[in-house]
Every structure is written in C-alpha cells, then in structure tokens.
Design a protein around this ligand. Structure first.
Ligand SMILES: [Zn+2]
Length: 148
C-alpha cells in the first residue's frame, strides 16, 4: 500500500507543529529580543500530555500558536481530498482539546493567549508583550500593597 501524498503532507505539518516550526521561532526570538523569558512546550498544570507552545509560568500566561490546518482556522478551511472524514474528525478533536485547555487554564487563573499562524508576527508579539506588562503591573501592585 502506498502512502498518499495528502497524508504525507499532513504528517509533515504535524511534525512541524510538535517540533519547532519557523513561525514559533520567529515569535519567540522577537519576544526574547524584547527581554521576555519563557518556557517552551510547557505542560499545562493539571492536564496530562497537553502543552502550550510556550508559557510565562510566573505570570500564568500560556501562549498557543495554532496552525491553520490542525486547529481548523475558519479563514483557511482544510483542503483535503483523500481521507477527508479522517482529517476533519481529527481537526475537530483538536479543536475540542483546544477549548478544554483554554477553559481549564481560565479555571486555574491563567490567561490563555491563542493566535493563528496567519496573523502577523508583529501583532502577535505586541499582544503578548502587552499581556505580560498588564499582569506584571498587577503583581507589583499586589506586592506593594502587602509590604506596606
Ligand atoms: Zn488561517
């Protein structure tokens, strides 16, 4: 039985997702240049085998950089011809898991930031930077209050 090309392409994309892809690297290196330090492929507390792409554990921020194919972006519907049902149900499961992770993080008092790979890196970086600033401000106010 020969592997069909569609599946091979999808597997390749999945490998990119689980390893490091250029999109993730771009975002991370820009954040690093802005002085932010993060933990990559961080395991979500209380969830087995579910990681975010990177996290700021001290600030309780989890960042997800979602690939359009695997996470079922509405702007870029998956174009699969072979094994269509198989891929669509897989994407559907991913979406359900994404939603569970977001809800779970919110219950823990974490902020989940989700971005699509089609969004501009610049915008994503700005949003992440401002989220860290807001939370850091909140934390320093709390500390100031408790020390007086
Ligand atoms: Zn998209």
């Amino acid at each position: 039985m020969s592997l069909d090309l569609q599946a091979t392409e999808a597997v390749r994309r999945r490998m990119q997702r689980t390893k490091d892809n250029p999109f993730e690297r771009t975002i991370r290196s820009q954040l690093h240049a802005r002085g932010l330090r993060y933990r990559i492929h961080y395991l979500i507390p209380g969830m087995k085998r579910t990681t975010c792409d990177f996290a700021f554990p001290g600030l309780k921020i989890a960042v997800f950089l979602d690939g359009c194919f695997w996470h079922g972006c509405g702007t870029h519907p998956p174009s699969v011809k072979k094994n269509r049902d198989f891929w669509l149900s897989k994407i559907e499961r991913n979406r359900a898991r994404d939603a569970r992770a977001t809800t779970h993080l919110a219950e823990l008092g974490w902020t989940a930031l989700r971005f699509w790979e089609h969004e501009s890196a610049e915008t994503i970086v700005e949003k992440i930077v401002s989220a860290t600033e807001v939370l850091r401000d909140g934390q320093s106010r709390l500390r100031a209050r408790s020390s007086t």
